[in-house]
Design a protein around this ligand. Structure first.
Ligand code: AHR
Length: 330
């Protein structure tokens, strides 16, 4: 491949510093990119993951690593950014310096990516966004986005609440995902849209950073400052599971005294739903590896790809969770 040959010559002096920068991101691993120029069809792909903040993220990472294998035609370099944008930017720069064929990442926050995306474009390395989108005025900076419609997820969660508690005055607290991230922004927007015009009010809303510990801590604060919470809307299962711990520690029954609605539908969340501690879960499908592999193969082959590939999500009541649990993949 001409692009790669040109790039390798150009980046030889950069790679040591860039590799050092990448290994500074804890949990990261890297490997030499495959040499397509020598006749191999292997695609060298650099993937920068958000972190390991949730059960959803663990399932997403496993699926990507299980799919982008050598047998499937990939040489995957994977790094974990520990929920820090600067780590992701470092990792992307290192992959650019290595001259990978494709870059893929799930951006921790929506904004602040234009400079590094422009660097990838200048190096002729196509970028695929998975799971989370970026906020940019120039959509030529990436080839494709593969993931869920987060606004719709929030809207489905809110619609369930509106349908089940219509005509009731309901006090809701919201556990938001990572501040500035696409799912936190969009799920909030969707939920608010669905409950607009009802007597269901969000009385407090704070970030729990998509983690179980964060959800527990923020919920403890909510329980201290509000004695009449009716429902928790958690932007993911893990924060909802943390909220359950806080509610039980406060001597109340999650799912009964305080209702809980979450997003993700990972196994732990589905178990809590089947156990009656969560009331409703909107799914966010983490199995994006197959779509990523297909899109990566197409962009490397110079074929056109869809700009936005939205994966399908289900939603579960308590009864539906009980039925779905035995076959749940993640
Ligand atoms: O971007 C997807 C979200 O990120 C998931 O809903 C959440 O669990 C994860 O951390």
């Amino acid at each position: 491949m001409k692009r790669k040959t040109f790039l390798r010559a150009g980046i030889a002096t950069l790679s040591v510093a860039a590799m050092a920068a990448l290994s500074a991101c804890s949990g990261s691993s890297s490997s030499e990119s495959a040499d397509n120029g020598s006749g191999s069809d292997t695609i060298a792909i650099g993937f920068s993951q958000v972190g390991a903040e949730s059960g959803w993220r663990a399932a997403n990472t496993k699926d990507i690593q299980d799919t982008l294998t050598e047998e499937n035609g990939f040489k995957l370099s994977f790094s974990d950014a520990q929920q820090k944008q600067e780590n992701q930017i470092q990792a992307l720069r290192s992959y650019i310096a290595q001259g990978v064929d494709v870059l893929a990442f799930s951006p921790v926050v929506e904004t602040g990516w234009d400079a590094v995306l422009q660097e990838a474009k200048n190096a002729n390395i196509p970028v695929i966004l998975t799971d989370r989108a970026v906020d940019t005025a120039d959509d030529s900076l990436y080839e494709s986005f593969i993931g869920s419609d987060f606004v719709e997820e929030g809207q489905r969660a809110g619609q369930w609440v509106a349908d089940n508690f219509k005509d009731e005055e309901l006090k809701v607290v919201e556990l938001q995902g990572t501040t500035g991230s696409a799912p936190a922004i969009d799920r909030k927007e969707g939920f608010e849209k669905a409950i607009a015009g009802t007597d269901i009010k969000v009385v407090d809303s704070q970030t729990g950073d998509f983690t179980r510990a964060g959800g527990k801590q923020v919920m403890e604060g909510f329980l201290n400052s509000h004695d009449d919470i009716d429902l928790v809307f958690a932007h993911n299962d893990d924060m909802g599971l943390g909220a359950i711990e806080a509610i039980e520690a406060a001597g109340k029954k999650p799912g009964e005294d305080i209702k809980i609605v979450t997003i993700d539908a990972v196994k732990d969340g589905m178990q809590a739903l089947a156990d009656g501690k969560i009331n409703y879960i909107v799914e966010c499908n983490p199995l994006l590896g197959a779509d990523l592999a297909e899109v990566a193969k197409k962009v490397v082959a110079g074929e056109s790809v869809e700009k936005r590939i939205v994966v399908e999500d289900a939603a579960f009541t308590q009864e539906e969770a009980e039925k779905a649990l035995p076959d749940r993949k993640y």
